[in-house]
Design a protein around this ligand. Sequence first.
Ligand SMILES: [Zn+2]
Length: 440
Amino acid sequence: MKRRISISLVLILFLGYLPAFGQQSAIKAGHLIDTATGKVLDNQIILVEKNEMTGRSSILEIGPNVSIPDGVRVIDLSDQWVMGGLVDAHDHLAITYKEEPESWFYYMTIIMDSTPLRAIQAMSTGFQKLASGFTIVRDLGNNGLYADTALRQAIEMGWVPGPTIINSGIIIGAFGGQLYETPEREDTVYPEYLNADTNDEIVKAIRRNIHYGAKVIKVCVDCQAYPYTTDQLKLFVSEAANAGQKVSGHVQTREGARRAIEAGLWSLDHDNALDAELHSMMAKKGIWRVGTETPKADFMRPMSEERWNKRVEMLRDAFDQGVKLAFSTDADYYIPGLNRGELTIEFLRTWIAADIPNKEILKVMTTNGYEISETQDARGPVKVGFAADIIATAANPLEDINALRDVRFVMKDGRVFKQDGVVNALDFFHNGPVYGWRKR
Ligand SMILES: [Zn+2]
């Protein structure tokens, strides 16, 4: 009996300490954009709940006449344009190309920077991207020994704020990966690349990545003179599918792209080799185009007029042919004066140059992003029952897509990360097993 009382007492005390459990907030949205359709509803109230025990959040109600319970935090965005978060479908958060000391090449990073250091860097770059409204990032390799997994786990465990991370672990490639081995030190490219030449090695590399926390598989299709065969790429697809995962392929040659399409990869990353004929094949098979369309002001290397024109023309061609398009950047380099989020949004320039309508660019950056990330049934759209990831701009992006350059408000998982243009992220940092240990 005595014991029962003490348990009840402990429970009562415990519950007494949980005022934040299921804490709600209400957003007064002046203009709520459905990014899938471009439709706008004015004067909506979005009731949101964040669960302090699980880290999960959800949108409880949306409508013009939602009643706001007493004591609920009210967030007034009645003069703003409210929508789901943005998605960058291709970046590398634990690396930054830079002129010094490595002449825009990353051997120095691999040799001099430890994975723990790069994991902290990844947290910083993810933070910067979230501040620009990117609530989901596909982080596709070049992250040392799984700094990308560490970042995803840290965000999911509630230690730090950041976008939802869909990470690839180590990029799998034929001998040499995307770099060059030195005979004196074989496997120099590890851990930036996992060399996998035979079918056995391919299966092992995929399983290894998945075991160490990858959520998508990244393959360098044709980075060496000995590209993967169509059959090998099919093996990638089936082995990843065995664990419910998709395969994203770095492609840089026409033949590589053709094989990747034939093998049915989930996405083809980089636009350099893509042309109208390949676009037509991609459209038929429903393969994502992750073009990483660097704008003309290519901050790393000068880009010829010819190359820029081709980039814009081909993006337009892909759009016209109905290829599934994702906003993607590869914005993994350092430009003085720009943080990583500001650099990411610069990639709008290419989409504007391709004369793609604002409504469609916004859809690519949101709705399409949720689909390529496979979060579309739980996270992304501003809908009842979905995770509360919400951003807002001062101006209407349907009228001028450059409105996205000034994201004033960011809510991630029901927590306010940025308001009135100012980041205040303390609500995201926890030092205990708040959402449970051992997220894999
Ligand atoms: Zn990349």
